[in-house]
Every structure is written in structure tokens, then in C-alpha cells.
Design a protein around this ligand. Structure first.
Ligand SMILES: C[S@@+](CC[C@H](N)C(=O)[O-])C[C@H]1O[C@@H](n2cnc3c(N)ncnc32)[C@H](O)[C@@H]1O
Length: 336
């Protein structure tokens, strides 16, 4: 949308509490409408402010932002802390260039770095605050290494399966970052941590469903396991699980489960009004049973929301997700 052509709509869009996609497909798609994947945006204002509130900056803090995007968040940080205390890293050179011009036009002059924020930005470290506006599945160890003891890291975090929430972590003297999730989010993934999932065709090929899979029935409706928080609870317990949905008629669908190691798959068929649902499972892991176990644990805990979960990490893939207390880790179901 161009401001000079539709000023009313433009202002409405800019002030709506919604994310505005500003780039598709890493800039490859520039046509009208949507491309395949949103790759840069102006985040939803309530999300921006809740993350800034969690970041809890104090006068004099030096802040690193990962994901400059439009530059809006960087401008808010500059306004509060002064240009000299704000470094923002953007991987896409064109996006960074536009943000830089926009920031200068609004009288802000933070350091806008074109680079890979998944390794932070060591040259201006250590930081008192680090905020990521693209999501991760693993907190990079460099962010922790570039943070002062006592520094706060605010970053959207989510497992492969789905579900995502903003983590607020405090870094300690030993290089451990720990803290609770503050609420649900749905950010675009940091470029280096995009989910590169195996093509699902290769799980059954050359056979067709049911491909000799073991069949059974379940009383757990596939329709009861699709909420964002439920997906999060399942995804943290079964870290290498991913899913797809094949839609049928009248709202019925087949939920497919796969593991990223390409060893096993399962399906659960949802049909409206039924009390029992057909399941097929193949491979050494019974993925539907693992999902049921993960769902059962979450249900037994009183179906906790994002805010009851927390994360402990030294950076990288090794992490622990816990419930209510760091001494109460969420079980991880790795059984094959
Ligand atoms: C949701 S947008 C950021 C919104 C932005 N903070 C604002 O105020 O408009 C996410 C941005 O992260 C950028 N990004 C993705 N991976 C990155 C990486 N490894 N390093 C730096 N930026 C990255 C994307 O290009 C995109 O511009």
C-alpha cells in the first residue's frame, strides 16, 4: 500500500494492532499480494510494547537488537536510551538500508549493522539487554557470551512442532541464561534457524497410505491438540516431531506426524461428531502415542499456559524447559 495513493487506509494499517508484512521471500517476491513466506515485518504494536516492557531498560543500558526490520523498535529504544546505546543487526542489506534511511529521517542514528544476528555483534559487546525480534529454536551461545552478568535477553522461542512464546532470560555469572516465558508469540524465524524439515513424501515412498502401518483407535481427538499452547507443550516434550494436515470434506482432516530423523510417521483422522478416531503408526517410534503421552502430561499439570513455563540454557541446542520452577523440568520423550 502506498501512503500517497491511499492515505486513510495507510494510516489505519499503520496504527492497527496487527503485524504488517514488509518483505516476502527474502525480497525475491515483489509483486502484488502475498509471496510464499513473510520475511520482514513491522511487528504487532502490543507485542512490541510487551517485549520492551519485559526488556525493562534502564538509563545508560546498552542494547543489542537482532532483526532491525522497519527500524521502529530501534527508534523506540533510541528515544529511551539515546542513539549511542543502541545497536541493531539486520541480515537483509536492503531492509537494513531502508531502516537506516527511515531512522535518520526521524532523527535517530543507532548503529545499524548488516550482518548475521545469530552470532550477535561482538564489536560493541557486552550488552545490558538483548532483544530478538525474530524467533529461535535455540538461543545462540554468542548472545549469552556478549551479555553482562545480570543482563536480560528477550527472545521469541519455539520448538519445531509449533507453539512459540517470548522468553525473558537473565544471564548469570556462569553464562547460564534462565527465566520464564511471558506470553504467546508468532514471529518469523531467524534466517539461520528456519525449520528445514524433510520432505514428507519420502516417509511412505514408494508406498501409499496406509503402507502397512499398525492401525488402532484413540479417544483423544486430533482437534484437541492443535492449540498454540498445546502444540508448544507437545513440541518441548517431543523435540523432533513435526506435523502436517490434509483437509478432507465437511471439516474432517488427517493429522500427519513425522520425525525429523525420517524414521517414523503416524496419522490420526478427525471426523466431526465422532468419539473415537482412527490412528495409523509406522516405524520404530509410535509417534501418536508419544504425542498422546505429551498431551497427557500437559493435561495432568492443569493445562498450564505459556507463563508457567521457563527456559534454562547455556546457548545452542542444549536447553531445559521447565514448569513453574527450574527444578521441575518438562519431560523429554526421546524413546525410539
Ligand atoms: C519481525 S522483523 C523485525 C521487526 C523490527 N524489529 C521492527 O521494528 O520493524 C524480523 C527481522 O529479522 C530479520 N532477520 C532474520 N534473521 C536474521 C539474522 N540472522 N540476523 C539479523 N536479522 C535477521 C529479518 O530480515 C526481519 O527483517
Amino acid at each position: 500500500m502506498v501512503r500517497s495513493e491511499s492515505p486513510d487506509l495507510w494510516w489505519k494499517a499503520v496504527y492497527a494492532d496487527a503485524p504488517i508484512t514488509t518483505q516476502w521471500d527474502d525480497g525475491e517476491y515483489t509483486g502484488a499480494g502475498k509471496g510464499r513466506m513473510p520475511t520482514s515485518s513491522s511487528s504487532m504494536p502490543t507485542m512490541v510494547f510487551s517485549m520492551l516492557s519485559a526488556l525493562d531498560v534502564e538509563a545508560g543500558n546498552r542494547v543489542l537488537e537482532i532483526g532491525t526490520g522497519t527500524g521502529w523498535n530501534a527508534a523506540l529504544l533510541c528515544r529511551r536510551l539515546g542513539d549511542q546505546n543502541v545497536v541493531t543487526v539486520e541480515i537483509d542489506a536492503a531492509v537494513a538500508q531502508e531502516a537506516r534511511s527511515r531512522l535518520l529521517a526521524a532523527d535517530f542514528d543507532p548503529e545499524v549493522v548488516v550482518g548475521d544476528g545469530s552470532v550477535g555483534y561482538g564489536l560493541r559487546s557486552p550488552y545490558d539487554r538483548i532483544i530478538a525480534t525474530a524467533s529461535v529454536g535455540a538461543i545462540p551461545s554468542q548472545w549469552i557470551g556478549q551479555a553482562h552478568p545480570g543482563a536480560v535477553i528477550v527472545a521469541p522461542w519455539g520448538p519445531v512442532y509449533g507453539g512459540e512464546a517470548v522468553a525473558r532470560l537473565v544471564v548469570d555469572e556462569d553464562g547460564v541464561a534462565q527465566g520464564q516465558f511471558i506470553g504467546s508469540s508468532a514471529f518469523m524465524r531467524l534466517r539461520q534457524q528456519r525449520k528445514h524439515l524433510p520432505p514428507t513424501g519420502q516417509f511412505l515412498a514408494p508406498k501409499k497410505w496406509p503402507a502397512g502401518a499398525a492401525k488402532s483407535k484413540t479417544a483423544l481427538s486430533p482437534d484437541d491438540v492443535g492449540d498454540w499452547i498445546c502444540m508448544f507443550a507437545i513440541g518441548v516434550q517431543v523435540p523432533d516431531l513435526f506435523c502436517r494436515v490434509d483437509w478432507g470434506e465437511d471439516g474432517s482432516y488427517r493429522l500427519w506426524l513425522f520425525d525429523t530423523g525420517v524414521t517414523s510417521w503416524a496419522t490420526a483422522d478427525y471426523v466431526k461428531g465422532r468419539a473415537e478416531f482412527e490412528v495409523a503408526q509406522a516405524g520404530p517410534r509410535n509417534l501418536w502415542e508419544q504425542l498422546e503421552g505429551a498431551y497427557g502430561w500437559w493435561h495432568q499439570q492443569g493445562r498450564p499456559g505459556f507463563e508457567r513455563f521457563g527456559l534454562t540454557t547455556r546457548g545452542g541446542p542444549f536447553r531445559e524447559v521447565w514448569l513453574d520452577d527450574p527444578n521441575n523440568p518438562v519431560p523429554v520423550r526421546k524413546d525410539r
